[in-house]
Ligand binder design. Structure first.
Ligand code: AHG
Ligand code: MN
Ligand code: MN
Length: 330
């Protein structure tokens, strides 16, 4: 039996990041992979180690933190503590960006949602870690404003999905590749080479419990996908896990769309632009899919704040385009 290809070997041989050399890519993704492995272990053992339930505080966007949110944030920060390339981290679980390295080599910025889908922690349902990496425009003292870059400026983005197996998916603009954690060996092994998102799919993921608050365009889109029409493969099927990473992973592999629109109480929806939506939009586009705010390309949105929210529709190009058409009719 062939030994298979580890993430590190793949990055060296075909990482596709010639501009900065494979060295930077390896140095950035190695700590991310390490954090993924440690978090997979912590999630696995959480019920036995008293690590389920609430931590007691709210984070910067008002969500009550789970113990695993706090642990996840510490794991990612610890994993990058020795990485001199990363000047600072913006995280869902940090009020403000923190400085990680003051080295001359600190030419990157990391945005992360350390634990996505944290309502799932106590019910053994899927979770994720999201990451997006930007280049810094300068060296010297870090300012929070440096993180405010369009998603299209990301040089690397991806996620780890803690599901029936643990999978790391990344892109640096040379395809989207997935690696499954072999727990016996302790390595992420190449399992999904060059993921291509189907042009269309018959699955939609959304918290339809909120549909009465949605704008008419989104409600009409929901009516459309739930209509009976054999010739166009409708109704579509609803799949919603409570973890964006898991729902997007399904869309990437099987086709479909995940959407979280705004409503009057929260005009920009729930999801955060910098460390949730932009990295996943980058992965989706690189896999041949699309990501929109409902009004235009999500990767073109210029953030004004680290914890800014945005409405999103992400997944198969045809599905996202149709969603945009319904939004435009309002
Ligand atoms: P997080 O756990 O990082 O706060 O993110 C949860 C996000 C996303 O993963 C999920 O799809 C969505 O919030 C769920 O929101 P609803 O509970 O409104 O469905
Ligand atoms: Mn999240
Ligand atoms: Mn989170």
């Amino acid at each position: 039996m062939a030994a298979g290809k580890t993430l590190n070997r793949h990055l060296i041989e075909e990482g596709g990041w010639r501009q900065d050399g494979a060295g930077d890519l390896l140095a950035l993704l190695e700590p991310m992979a390490l954090a993924g492995k440690i978090l997979a272990r912590e999630i696995d053992q959480a019920a036995l180690a008293g690590k389920l339930g609430l931590a007691g505080d709210a984070n910067a966007t008002g969500d009550m933190q789970k113990k695993l949110d706090v642990i996840g944030n510490e794991i990612v920060m610890d994993a990058f503590a020795g990485c001199s390339l990363v000047a600072g981290i913006a995280s869902e679980e940090l009020d403000e960006a923190v400085v990680m390295s003051t080295s001359e080599d600190a030419r990157y910025l990391l945005c992360t949602d350390p634990l996505d889908g944290s309502s799932n922690t106590d019910v053994n349902a899927p979770l994720g870690t999201i990451f997006g990496i930007f280049r810094r425009g300068r060296t010297g003292e870090l300012s929070g404003g440096e993180f405010l870059q369009k998603g299209s400026e990301q040089v690397c983005a991806g996620y780890v999905l803690y599901g029936t197996s643990t999978v790391l998916v990344y892109t640096v603009g040379a395809g989207v590749h997935g690696f499954t954690l072999d727990r016996g060996v302790g390595e992420f092994m190449l399992s999904h080479h060059d993921i291509r998102c189907p042009e269309k799919g018959s699955v939609y993921s959304a918290n339809v419990g909120r549909h009465k608050a949605w704008k008419p365009g989104v409600r009409r889109y929901l009516d459309h996908v739930t209509e009976q029409d054999k010739s166009t493969g409708r109704p579509h099927s609803l799949r919603y896990t409570g973890a964006l990473v898991a729902d997007l992973h399904r869309c990437l592999l099987d086709g479909g769309v995940y959407f979280y629109p705004g409503d009057p109480g929260s005009p920009n929806g729930k999801l955060r632009l910098l460390y949730e939506c932009a990295p996943l939009a980058c992965v989706a586009e690189q896999a041949g899919g699309a990501a929109s705010t409902g009004r235009g390309r999500l990767l073109e949105v210029m953030p004004e704040a680290i914890h800014q929210r945005t409405p999103i529709a992400v997944g198969s190009v045809d599905n996202v385009a149709l969603y945009e058409r319904f939004m435009a009719e309002e």
